[in-house]
Structure formats: C-alpha cells, structure tokens
Design a binder for this molecule. Structure first.
Ligand code: APR
Length: 233
C-alpha cells in the first residue's frame, strides 16, 4: 500500500518560474492593495480593477513554465499517493504532471457568473468556466447573462475546499510545506491537522517562524530543497 504525502504549497514554489510571490520584497502586495484587487469588497467597489488584476496574472501565466520543484512534486507520484493542496491560483502543478491538486484559493484561468451560489459549497462547479489565459472584461457575461468574475477565493470569502484539505492532511503519512509564509488562515493552519506520527517538512529559504518543534526546516529555495527532501524519503 503506497504511503500518502500531503504537499502544501504557496507562491514560493512558483517563484523560480518567474511568478511573483505576495509578501517578499517587491512582491505583488508591495505593488497592489489586496483589499482593492483581491477582496469581495474590492470586487463590488470596482469590478474592472479586479478583472484587470487577474487579466495580468493570466497573461504572466501564459508565458510561465513549471520549474524543477513542480516537477519533483509531480515525480513523487511514482512511489506515493500525493495530494497537492495549493494556495496558488496558477496551473503549474498540473502542467508539471501532478494529478491531484486542490486549489484552496481558486484558479486564475477560471471564471464564473458573479451570482452563482448554492447551499453546499458556496458555488456550483458546473458554472465554472476555463478561459485559459484570455482577458475578461466588464460586460463579459456567463450563459446565464450574469457578469463573469474570477474563480478566486477573495479575501472576505469562505474557503469551500477547506474541509476536503483537512481530510487529506489528516490522513497523510508525510506532510511537506513548500514556499508559503503561513500568514493567511485558514490555509496557514492546515499542517496542524497532520497526524502526530506524520513527519512535517518545510522548504523555504527564509526563516519561517514555527511553533511546532517537530517541523524539519529545509532552508533552501524550492528547486534545491526538493532535491534534499527526495533524498530524505
Ligand atoms: N522557494 C521556496 N520558497 C520561496 C522562494 C523560493 N524560490 N521564494 C520565496 N519563497 C517563500 C518566501 O520566503 C515566503 O515564505 O515563499 C513564501 C511566499 O509567501 P507569500 O508571498 O506570503 O505567499 P503565500 O504564503 O503563498 O500567500 C498566501 O496570501 O494573498 C494571499 O491568496 C494569496 O494564496 C496567497 C496567500
């Protein structure tokens, strides 16, 4: 029976693909106010500004390529059952070959009508459309005639896939965290659902403030740290 690895990734895993992180020096939130371009209030205040921000993200993604860290994570599937639970809205894990990716904060290449909600999980997946890397503008409507919005979990919105993510982390034999500052909840608290027997590793070149003594910090960039991690397995 193959062991399970839960891989929790953030913007740092895509940094070496040329996609910006959020909170490093010169990161996205140094140049944009998240409350204007990535919050539900920001959406209702100025839809065009939010649409333009994600059009820019899609444009960057068009030319970005998966890096060796994405590929190493996908390569773990040879010997393990791998659940990638990412805060990233890019599609680089999928393009590197990972077959089970849970996007906690949504996906930049997808959109949905701004009014689609149902009881269960906040919106119905069947109303989600993949626009690839194309721009979406004010006036672009879904088949139901409603304005399209980014399929992103904005600040101020619930994280519909959190329960699924908790379930996956809780049954993992190994937990690996790559490239996240662990500052945005509830995603940042996910690793705490690891079973007491599961070793936890974090790959990050920065000094990540950790309260949990059992976490093994591989203080390297993702492409280098993944080589060390694979060696340790
Ligand atoms: N390799 C590995 N880690 C890296 C690299 C790299 N090459 N470069 C930077 N990092 C690390 C940084 O040290 C930092 O700990 O990646 C982390 C990036 O942190 P953030 O920019 O805060 O990104 P993230 O943790 O993914 O943000 C979480 O915040 O704004 C929201 O929704 C947004 O999903 C995002 C969430």
């Amino acid at each position: 029976m193959k062991k399970r690895i839960a891989v929790l990734t953030g913007a740092g895993v895509s940094a070496e693909s040329g996609l910006g992180t959020y909170r490093d020096n010169g990161g996205l939130w140094d140049n944009y106010d998240p409350m204007e371009v990535a919050s539900i209030e920001g959406w209702y205040r100025n839809r065009s500004k939010v649409l333009e921000f994600y059009n820019m993200q899609r444009e960057h993604l068009r030319s970005a390529k998966p890096n060796d860290a994405h590929r190493a994570i996908a390569g773990l599937e040879k010997d393990y059952i791998v659940d990638v639970i990412t805060q990233n809205v890019d599609n680089l894990h999928e393009r590197a070959g990972s077959t089970h990716v849970v996007h906690l904060h949504g996906e930049a290449t997808k959109v949905r009508p701004e009014n689609c909600y149902n009881d269960e999980d906040g919106f119905s997946e069947k109303q989600v459309f993949d626009v690839g890397y194309d721009a979406v503008h004010l006036g672009d409507k879904a088949p139901n005639g409603v304005q399209l919005r980014p399929h992103i979990v904005f600040f101020g919105e619930a994280v519909p896939k959190m329960e699924q993510a908790i379930e996956l982390v809780s049954k993992a034999d190994i937990v690996l965290i790559v490239g996240t500052s662990l500052q945005v909840y509830p995603a940042a608290g996910l690793y705490r659902y690891a079973s007491p027997e599961a070793p936890i590793y974090i790959i990050d070149p920065a000094d990540v403030p950790l309260w949990d003594k059992r976490i093994h910090h591989i203080r390297k960039v993702a492409t280098e740290g993944m080589k060390d991690f694979v060696q340790m397995l």
